[in-house]
Design a protein around this ligand. Structure first.
Ligand code: MN
Length: 365
């Protein structure tokens, strides 16, 4: 909540509204599914610096969960600090079902289940927030649920609030509910559902909540992933040779979901020799998306006619580079510098040749 997303300009306000809608959907789902309680595993707010109105809207949408209890954990973006977001006047309107977690202390959540929450009180830490959770004793038959915000050591970017991946076993947890990572990620009983609403182009699997069913202690939890995200962020970087490529691009965009619910970042490279009708189709696709997409980032210069690849480049470093690119295209790239990116995505080569010519032409004018 309150994420500025200033890179999407005037649409960021609408995006914030969509995020509230997603949470509202979760409230309906919680009641329909008759869950015992709901967990928010930190970073509900993007920062402490959020206007009162946004805090009020958040309290209002959380009030819609009643009578289902909602356990809210402070994360590293909204740590528990005196005078912070949790002390705002808007919380006076919060129902008693909203339970802000302020201590690392057991909470009995149902007759048979206990929560071990690990609230965060600062932005950065090298200390494991789950370290206080002791192991299961022989006579403990309760369902034990950990709740923490941090980086499980199996993630690509561990370090801040590190959580060992064997915490679930060491502390005898039936489930470890985690926040911080924006995409869905499961490591045995430790689970990041990811953010309910996507926030960036480079997130792999956001937009979900997870419904967890645990029948009894030490039984395998059953997870159901449910999509609630109102918006999808997609990036396309496609070389366009002809009409077929334009049609493929169009159908992969439209096949995803309504374009009015998509944020699109598109970078096309018009391959030299592309027929004029294909150039026209690219342009009209761009106009159509500019009109209808929730947000479009597609620079107009990338849909202009390609620069003629056969045009002469001056002798020297520029044409030498172009020569290397040509031989990569001819399939002689294995031992060449630059073979690695080419193996990942061969479309970078024609794009590079186009850019090289553009650079030269614009440098001349
Ligand atoms: Mn975080």
């Amino acid at each position: 909540m309150g994420l500025k997303s200033s890179h999407i300009g005037e649409k960021s306000r609408d995006a914030r509204h969509k995020r509230l809608q997603a949470v509202s959907l979760i409230a309906d789902m919680a009641k329909d599914e008759r869950v015992d309680f709901v967990i928010i595993a930190g970073d509900m707010f993007d920062s402490h610096n959020i206007d009162d109105r946004a805090v009020r809207s958040t309290v209002e949408v959380l009030n819609r969960f009643a009578p289902v209890n909602v356990f809210v954990l402070p994360g590293n973006h909204d740590p528990l600090l005196t005078g912070g977001i949790w002390d705002r006047i808007a919380w006076k309107e919060a129902g008693s079902h909203i339970r802000l977690i302020t201590e690392s202390k057991e909470i009995q959540v149902t007759n048979s289940a206990v929560l071990f929450p690990c609230p965060v009180t600062q932005k950065l830490s090298r200390t494991d927030p789950t370290a206080w959770i002791s192991g299961r004793t022989a006579d403990d038959r309760r369902i034990r649920i950990g709740l923490a915000h941090g980086a499980l050591d199996v993630l690509p970017s561990p370090g801040n609030f590190p959580i060992p991946s064997d915490r679930q076993n060491r502390s005898g947890l039936d489930y470890l509910a985690l926040g911080d990572w924006h995409s869905f990620r499961r490591h045995d009983r430790s689970v990041y559902p990811g953010t309910p609403e996507q926030t960036r182009f480079d997130e792999a699997e956001p937009g979900n909540v997870v419904i967890v069913r645990i029948d009894e202690a030490q039984k395998e939890p059953v997870l159901t992933k449910r999509h609630v995200g109102q918006l999808t962020w997609r990036e396309y970087s496609t070389p366009v040779n002809d009409e077929t490529d334009v049609r493929a691009l169009r159908s992969s965009i439209y096949g995803n979901r309504a374009v009015s619910e998509q944020l699109l970042r598109i970078r096309t490279a018009l391959v030299p020799g592309i027929p004029q009708n294909a150039v026209d189709s690219v342009k009209s696709l761009r106009e159509e998306l500019a009109e209808n997409a929730f947000y479009l980032d597609w620079p107009v210069e990338t849909v202009e006619s390609p620069i003629n690849i056969s045009s002469e480049l001056p002798d020297g470093i520029v044409s030498e580079i172009d020569g290397v690119l040509q031989s990569i295209l001819d399939g002689n790239h294995q031992e060449m510098p630059g073979s690695l990116p080419v193996n990942i995505d061969s479309s970078v080569v024609p794009e590079a040749r186009v850019l090289l010519r553009r650079l030269y032409t614009e440098g001349k004018s």
